[in-house]
Design a protein around this ligand. Structure first.
Ligand SMILES: [Zn+2]
Length: 228
């Protein structure tokens, strides 16, 4: 029989488990078990990887591990969001909104902070952003009031000349993205703003963060008028 025993090396001793028991909560310490549970709760990290990472951390100098946990804690507890665009920022207004060289008449509406980073990487866009913080999803219980749509409407309404503004709806091309775009269009079209959407490149239907930089840059440059 192949693979019927599992050898688990924890840095000090080797434990041999029957294969079906190998990752069945058989930890020599409840502290190790707790760490595996915490690390394994991250997306894309299975229990085997979580155990490997926990044992790796155990072998590191205490100072390194303290720095690691402190960075994560501070990220969660101290992070701020730009008052204007809701992008992650160390200050009240983010560097993009504070940059006077950017085109202030164009606002690109995206789902997440990661999307802003992807679009910035293209170097093809020089306007401002508005981060929704999610997308309308009845299945996930996310409605318009859970997103920063009202802030976007308020932002447009207090701009001096909404008629000269362009709002780019850069949301994913799936049903939820289309629903969110349509909802926002209905909220903002009364201001007389120009509303556009990304030109879809070949095979570009995925979330923005998975689109390659060249395709994404091209789809922003070649954006089209939004047609509801
Ligand atoms: Zn900002």
């Amino acid at each position: 029989m192949k693979n019927c025993w599992k050898f688990v090396w924890n840095g000090y001793f080797c434990t041999i488990y029957p294969m079906e028991m190998a990752f069945d909560e058989k930890y020599p310490s409840s502290l190790l078990g707790n760490a595996v549970d915490a690390i394994g709760s991250l997306p894309g990290i299975g229990r085997r990887s979580a155990l490997r990472l926990a044992l790796y951390l155990l072998r590191q100098p205490e100072e390194n591990v303290r720095h690691f946990t402190e960075s994560v804690r501070r990220l969660r507890e101290e992070v701020r969001y730009c008052r204007e665009c809701r992008m992650i920022s160390d200050s009240e207004i983010c560097p993009i909104c504070s940059d006077r060289s950017r085109d202030r008449s164009t606002i690109c509406v995206v789902e997440s902070v990661r999307d802003v980073m992807s679009i910035e990487e293209t170097g093809q866009y020089h306007g401002l952003y508005h981060v929704l913080g999610g997308i309308i999803s009845p299945i996930a219980g996310i409605g318009p009031s859970d997103l920063s749509i009202a802030d976007l409407v308020e932002r447009i309404s207090r701009s001096g000349a909404p008629g000269e503004m362009e709002i780019i709806l850069a949301l994913s091309g799936d049903v939820e993205g289309e629903t969110t775009s349509f909802y926002i269009y209905r909220q903002i079209s009364r201001f007389g703003v120009k509303v556009s959407t990304l030109a879809r490149g070949l095979g570009f239907g995925d979330d923005l963060e998975y689109a390659d930089s060249l395709t994404l840059g091209r789809s922003i440059t070649n954006r089209q008028e939004f047609r509801p």
